[in-house]
Design a protein around this ligand. Structure first.
Ligand code: NAD
Length: 244
């Protein structure tokens, strides 16, 4: 069966994605050859993005975070756009993402489960006041609330638990999908990667540049670029221009 056949015959698609979904928007992933983990830092990125590092070295955390984790100029690519069109056309139930960049919502997706939070939500650790991403981007040193508290991004750092409601919504969506598309993820960050095990539908589709542990269990595997692969499929929407 071709991917086009699978998508044509699907009525409740769920998309499970990772950092590779946004590389075509110019945001580096973690584990590709040109990903963040291959760049040289005195402290490894997975340590800098941990809760213990955040509290012990807050200023250094924010230096790294501002430089590498706040791609505020990035635009949705053909993958984000196609998924939003499928949701509007009633073909896609939900997007479950490990990304924190907000590009699915920027493309128009409504039901998005952000397993690792979002750079677009930030709050004061003392009084709870909310701040937008540009407040963090434009701050110097440690971003401070008017009350003096530290403003922390609502992104899930290593050592922190995922939000329970988000987990439940994501698992419920995956469990009720007829087709699950897994894309742009090395499936090495847990517990997020384990959520694909809840899929009970007909077609497990994988679109990932590098091989993953899931490849051999899939109905369809592509090692192409996710934006190119999804962009080549129909939008299922008569009123919209095809972006590809
Ligand atoms: P990862 O870096 O571990 O793996 C990315 C995978 O995507 C790789 O296997 C790579 O081959 C593949 N890939 C890269 N570009 C691709 C493309 N155009 N088309 C198809 N495949 C492509 O990413 P992960 O599994 O998501 O885990 C990394 C963690 O880092 C996640 O938890 C995520 O929260 C975070 N992260 C997020 C962003 C973001 O929000 N954009 C960016 C970097 C890291």
């Amino acid at each position: 069966m071709t991917l086009l056949d699978i998508i044509n015959n699907s009525r409740s698609i769920v998309f499970f994605g990772g950092a590779g979904v946004s590389t075509e928007s110019g945001i580096p992933d973690f584990r590709s050859a040109d990903g963040l983990y291959r760049q040289k830092y005195s402290v490894p990125p997975e340590v800098m993005l941990s809760a213990s590092y955040f509290y012990a070295h807050t200023e250094d955390f924010f230096r790294f975070y501002r430089e590498k984790m706040l791609p505020l100029d990035a635009e949705p690519n053909a993958a984000h756009i196609r998924l939003a069109q499928w949701e509007r056309a009633g073909k896609l139930l939900a997007v479950v993402t490990q990304n924190i960049d907000g590009l699915h919502q920027a493309a128009g997706s409504k039901r998005v489960y952000e397993l690792h939070g979002s750079i677009h939500r930030n709050h004061c650790l003392s009084c709870g006041k909310s701040y937008p991403a540009h407040f963090i981007a434009e701050s110097k040193g440690i971003p401070r609330c008017a009350c003096g508290g530290i403003v922390k991004p609502d992104v899930v750092l290593y050592e922190e638990p995922l939000d329970q409601k988000t987990i439940e919504g994501a698992i419920q969506a995956i469990a009720s999908a007829d087709t699950l598309i897994v894309a742009g993820t090395s499936l090495s960050v847990y517990p997020a990667a384990s959520f694909v095990d809840y899929f009970r539908g007909d077609n497990l589709v994988l679109i990932n540049r590098d091989p993953t542990p899931l490849d051999e269990k899939c109905t369809f595997v592509s090692h192409g670029k996710v934006g190119e692969v999804l962009g080549a499929l129909p939008s299922y929407s008569s009123e919209e221009e095809d972006p590809s």
